[in-house]
Design a protein around this ligand. Structure first.
Ligand SMILES: Cc1cc2nc3c(=O)[nH]c(=O)nc-3n(C[C@H](O)[C@H](O)[C@H](O)COP(=O)(O)O)c2cc1C
Length: 372
C-alpha cells in the first residue's frame, strides 16, 4: 500500500470522529435565515416535484453524494454501496480524489475501486475528482485518462489549502499558474469542470478567478460540516505546530449559506452546489432559496453506511428528500424553480455580513428570485 492509499484509509477513520465537525453545524446562522411558512400552499404534498436536470440526467432530487473515497481495494465496497444508493435514489455521485490511480501507475485494483461507481450508477451523473495542487505534477493526458477510466460526466477539482497546511505530508503549491491548467481543461476536456472546496467554503474572490478561467459549476463545501483542518490536526502529535495550528482553524472558513450567496453573487450564470454540513432537507431548501441549484453531502451518509449499514443509509436519504419536499410544500413551492422564488427573512447578522461584502441584501434576493 502506498502513502496516498494508506492516507485515504486513515482519513475515513478520523473524519467520522464528531470532534472534527464545525461547531454545532452553524445552527446559530441557520436560525437567522427563515423561510416563510405558507399555511395554504394551494396544492397537495404529492404535487411537489423536486426533480431536476443535471449533466444530462434527470434526478429525483437536487442532491449529490460528494466525492469521498476510492484508491484502495478495501474501499471498493464502500464506493459500490454509495453508488447503489445514488442509482436507486437517482441522485448524483462523486468519487474521492483519483490521485491514488496516478501514484499506483493505473493499477487495475486501484482503478476498480473508483470504476465500480460508474458500473453501478449507470443512470446518474458520476463525477471524477482531483486536487488542484496535483495538477502541478500530473500531465494533461493523465487527467484525460482519469476521466475516461471512470466514464465521468464531469471532473471536480478540489481546493483544500487549509487541509494541506495541516496535513503532515501536505502539498501547499496553490500557485497562480495552475489557473492556466484549469483554463486548458475547461476548454479541451470535453466534460464540465467543477471547482469545489472540501469544507472551508468558496469566497467571491476565489470564484471570480475560476469563473474568469471558464468554470461554470461550483460546489461551495462551506464551513458548517466536516472540518478538514481538524481532521489533519488529529493526525499530528499534540504540541506540534501543525496540531496546534489545526486546532486554531476550528472556526476558519466561510459558512455554507454565506458561501452560496458569495458564489451566486459572483457566478450569476453558474450551477451551484451547496454542501458543507447540509445534512438535512431543510438546510438544502434554505440554500436553494439563497441561490444554490443543488445540495451536496458527504460525511453523514458515509457514517450511516459504515456504522449502521446500507438500509439505514437509504432511510437517511429518504428522510432527507422527504424533509426537502416538506420544506417546499410549507413554503408554497411546487417545483425547485418556485422554491427559488420563495420569500426568506434574513437576520441582521447575515445582512450585516452581506453589506460588508458589498452585496445589498434586498437587491440580491430580488435578483436571485427573478434571475440575474
Ligand atoms: C471521508 C471523506 C473523504 C473525503 N475525500 C475527499 C476527496 O478525496 N476529494 C474531495 O474533493 N473531497 C473530499 N471530501 C470532502 C467532501 O466531498 C465534502 O466536500 C466535505 O466533506 C463537506 O461535506 P460534508 O459536510 O457533507 O461532509 C471527503 C469527505 C469525507 C467525509
Amino acid at each position: 500500500m502506498d502513502e496516498v492509499q494508506s492516507r485515504k484509509l486513515h482519513h475515513i477513520e478520523v473524519a467520522l470522529d464528531p470532534r472534527v465537525d464545525f461547531e454545532d453545524n452553524c445552527s446559530d446562522l441557520y436560525r437567522e435565515i427563515q423561510l416563510v411558512h405558507r399555511a395554504f400552499p394551494g396544492f397537495e404534498l404529492g404535487d411537489v416535484d423536486s426533480s431536476l436536470e443535471f449533466l444530462g440526467y434527470r434526478l429525483e432530487a437536487p442532491l449529490m453524494i460528494t466525492g469521498m473515497t476510492g484508491g484502495h481495494p478495501s474501499l471498493t465496497g464502500i464506493n459500490r454501496a454509495l453508488a447503489e444508493l445514488a442509482e436507486k435514489k437517482r441522485v448524483a455521485i462523486g468519487v474521492g480524489s483519483q490521485r491514488a490511480i496516478v501514484t499506483s501507475g493505473f493499477r487495475e485494483d486501484v482503478v476498480a475501486s473508483y470504476r465500480v461507481v460508474r458500473d453501478v450508477a449507470r443512470d446518474v451523473p458520476v463525477i471524477g475528482n482531483i486536487g488542484l495542487n496535483t495538477l502541478n505534477d500530473v500531465e494533461y493526458d493523465t487527467i484525460v485518462k482519469l476521466v475516461e477510466v471512470l466514464e465521468a460526466d464531469a471532473l471536480a477539482i478540489h481546493l483544500n489549502p487549509a487541509q494541506e497546511v495541516i496535513q503532515p505530508e501536505g502539498d501547499t503549491r496553490f500557485n497562480h499558474r495552475l489557473l492556466e491548467k484549469v483554463r486548458e481543461l475547461v476548454k479541451t476536456l470535453g466534460k464540465p469542470v467543477i471547482v469545489k472546496e472540501v469544507g472551508n467554503g468558496l469566497s467571491m474572490e476565489t470564484v471570480k478567478v475560476f469563473h474568469d478561467a471558464g468554470v461554470r459549476i461550483y460546489d461551495v463545501a462551506g464551513a458548517c460540516g466536516t472540518n478538514w483542518a481538524l481532521v489533519e490536526a488529529l493526525r499530528n502529535q499534540p504540541g506540534t505546530p501543525r496540531y496546534e495550528c489545526g486546532i486554531m482553524l476550528a472556526k476558519w472558513g466561510i459558512p455554507t449559506p454565506l458561501s452560496v450567496i458569495e458564489t451566486r453573487f459572483t457566478a450569476t450564470d453558474s450551477f451551484i452546489i451547496a454542501s458543507g454540513g447540509v445534512w438535512d432537507g431543510f438546510k438544502a431548501a434554505v440554500n436553494i432559496v439563497l441561490g444554490a441549484d443543488m445540495a451536496g453531502l458527504a460525511k453523514p451518509l458515509l457514517k450511516k453506511l459504515l456504522k449502521e449499514g446500507l438500509k439505514q443509509a437509504e432511510t437517511y436519504l429518504d428522510t432527507y428528500v422527504f424533509e426537502l419536499k416538506t420544506a417546499m410544500f410549507l413554503s408554497g413551492a411546487r417545483t425547485l424553480r418556485e422554491l427559488r422564488e420563495a420569500p426568506v427573512i434574513l437576520g441582521g447578522r447575515v445582512t450585516g455580513i452581506m453589506l460588508q461584502r458589498g452585496i445589498d441584501p434586498a437587491t440580491y434576493l430580488r435578483q436571485v428570485r427573478r434571475g440575474f
